[in-house]
Design a protein around this ligand. Structure first.
Ligand SMILES: [Zn+2]
Length: 455
């Protein structure tokens, strides 16, 4: 910086302080093309990538084994719970014509496209354990395009229901597990620790084969219970069971939840689901949501390589989907393995933004929907931000990066709306020049950056 050292020389010999400041700015604007340029960093804190650790089905060890390990490392998780399992919330039920009437009809008419959804909605609530399996299997066939087979399976299931030769159960909550005794009070304590508790429906059905009224009940009632016991904040994201991406389900669900782990509507976001073999580095989109399911057959080495891949690129949002822990739940991993894995992430926190599914979604949307203008004035830089997003929902701090004059020793941030005066920022340097990083909310309005002249 030849010019600047020259400027320092003049400064010493100059009498008027005002004149010096003016001269300084004039020279810097000319010399530094990026001065005042402000952008929202891709990830919060200008990290290299984001990771969300999610758990499905609300099985007990997720909270008694995995949660304490995450707390130890200060890592928040997202837990998609089946609300019908929790005491005090509304249970699963069939809504429609009398059960007997529908069951009786199945004796004289085969299942077809007109009655399939009604029958698939009811069968899980006929009070028989294996009837729930008929619902799930028929749903699986339907979603894989085997419509005729799904109808035939429904007929077979109802034949058993009519003959009462299926095992009876007392409860109609799917995926029920007597050891899953987590209460709403427990969940309240977990969200206070920074975790996200979110909906995985009331009973964990195959939503794609439910008729409209039952489909809506599963989504809306689950949301209502979470809202009642945990608050509006936890009704932002949801996961429809079995990772469904059924178009009809997505259309209904997106009217109720702003974000679904199943599928995101953003055109600038590439999604690689759990079964995708595509390497995330091949994507040219601005963001890649890379879902991985660490099932039993996935080695620790592979799990760690996912984290390494995140650090190699700058556009990857790794979304991990865990189920069982320490023997309870589907495809369980051990607490020891989680300890090793989360420790591995923790050691790389300088590069990783580890946050809940809701927070990462909000950050990305805030970044894409916040307008920035910046004006370089005599002795400060005025940055203005504006967003159309609802500030009561989109409340995740975004990180701004502003290029400042190379002559500034320290930078002071002044948020007009928040009356947060004189927050000192560290000046950093990259290929484009000297810059500062700072956190704001999309609704913060005007921010003034200036050099700290007094000590
Ligand atoms: Zn599930």
């Amino acid at each position: 910086m030849v010019f600047c050292s020259h400027a320092m020389c003049i400064m010493k010999n100059c009498i008027s302080l005002f004149g010096i400041v003016l001269f300084f700015v004039a020279c810097e604007i000319k010399m530094e093309d990026n001065l005042g340029y402000t952008a929202i960093t891709k990830w919060q804190g200008d990290k290299q990538s984001a990771i969300s650790i999610t758990y499905d089905d609300g099985t007990i060890n997720q909270f008694t084994v995995a949660r304490p390990i995450m707390n130890k490392f200060g890592i928040p998780g997202t837990f998609y719970i089946i609300t019908g399992k929790v005491n005090g919330s509304s249970k699963g039920k069939f809504i429609g014509r009398p059960n007997d009437e529908i069951i009786k009809e199945t004796a004289s008419s085969n299942t077809n496209s007109d009655n399939f959804f009604e029958r698939a909605s009811l069968i899980g609530f006929t009070g028989m354990n294996e009837a729930v399996e008929y619902h799930s299997k028929a749903g699986s066939l339907f979603e894989s395009g085997k419509i005729t087979e799904a109808h035939e399976l429904m007929d077979e299931g109802y034949e058993h229901v009519r003959n009462h030769n299926l095992k009876s159960i007392d409860q109609v909550v799917f995926h029920d597990n007597s050891v899953d005794t987590t209460t709403w009070e427990d969940y309240q304590a977990y969200v206070a620790e920074g975790h996200e508790i979110a909906s995985h429906t009331v009973t964990h059905p195959r939503l794609a084969v439910l008729d409209e009224v039952n489909l809506l009940y599963e989504l809306e009632q689950s949301k209502a219970d979470i809202q009642k016991f945990l608050g509006e904040k936890y009704t932002f994201s949801a996961e429809c069971p079995y990772g469904t991406e059924n178009q009809r389900v997505m259309e209904y669900a997106y009217k109720i939840y702003p974000a679904l782990r199943n599928r995101m509507p953003e055109p600038y976001l590439d999604e690689l689901n759990r079964s995708s073999k595509r390497p995330p580095g091949e994507s040219e989109k601005e963001y890649v949501q890379w879902q991985r399911g660490p099932l039993n057959n996935v080695s620790m080495e592979v799990m760690k390589s996912w984290v390494d891949t995140c650090i190699t690129y700058n556009n990857i949002w790794l979304v991990l989907v865990f189920h069982g822990i320490d023997g309870i739940g589907w495809e369980p991993r051990t607490g020891e393995e989680l300890e090793e894995y989360f420790n591995y992430m923790n050691e790389r926190k300088a590069y990783l933004w580890i946050a809940t599914f809701a927070d990462v979604t909000k950050y990305i949307r805030e970044r894409k929907n916040t307008g920035i203008t910046s004006v370089v004035q005599e002795d400060n830089i005025v940055v203005n931000i504006s967003s159309d997003l609802d500030p009561t929902v989109y409340d995740v701090p975004i990180t701004l990066k502003t290029y400042v004059p190379s002559t500034w020793k320290t930078t002071v941030l002044n948020k007009k709306a928040k009356q947060e005066n004189r927050l000192r920022l560290k000046i950093k340097k990259d290929a484009l020049g000297f810059y500062v990083l700072y956190s704001v909310l999309p609704g913060d309005g005007e921010i003034i950056l200036s050099e700290q002249l007094d000590k």
